[in-house]
Ligand binder design. Sequence first.
Ligand code: ZN
Length: 287
Amino acid sequence: MPRYPVTFAMTVDDVGFGDEPDAFVDLDKFFGGLDLPVTYFVTPRWGDVPIYEKPAWLAALRHSAMQPRRAFALHGLRHDTPFEFGWTHPYMGRADHDREWATRRDEVRAGLRRQALQEKLAEGQRIFEHVFGAPAKVFRSPYAAVCEDLWAALLWAGIAADSSKVINWDLWRYWRQEVFPPVDWDPDLPPHLRQADGLWHAPIMAEYSWMLTDNAQVERCFGRALDDFHRVREREDGLFVMVCHVEQTSREFVKGREVIRRLVEVMKQDKNVRFVTLPGLIAEVAR
Ligand SMILES: [Zn+2]
């Protein structure tokens, strides 16, 4: 038997991408079938159109919000640049980031000033509230990009918790087909919920289900997820925040859901794991 309980939060990014929500609706059914609390990170203005002006999306989100164990959080505003809310981590960096940085340096810097961040968050919160009836309490930055002024801007916007930082970057390097040796967990980010800069921080453990198409990938990624879970379980009050993306676990990539299903199965058999949504967890600790 494990010594200490683990808190597990499943999270899904890029909800709101595209004009049609079919992949999201299908994924939401998958989580409903697993009976798993899930937090959806919604991008409120993808394609520069407020999501409430897309009737199919509005209906899908409101339907999901009526189901048990669903929660919603804010995932940027437009998600149209890696630099919308900060600087990307080198492991997240890609050629398009480098190009953008090379050509739009001044614009990027201007967009990351406190006032500019606040304006983007205010617009995001306005749209979010229009859809869900209340502003978001939890935020995750697109591309996991953060900057120094972000924390104060989030507080200003009524956000209580951030989930942008990443503990285990190793698989992101794998997705980019980089050569190993592997990197270990970020030593500055223990897998716990903790307070800093006036906010709660719930760091992401890793992504294990990015565009998987064959069984060998599933085995490999499930193995990684299991290793991380066993390490978290060795700690007191460990927090395991898992992330997947809507499109990258749908259609031709639906195999990635096997990793999620199998990990949740293991965790459910382990009686010391509790399952939460991130807004639910924050409401609990903020009481
Ligand atoms: Zn995203």
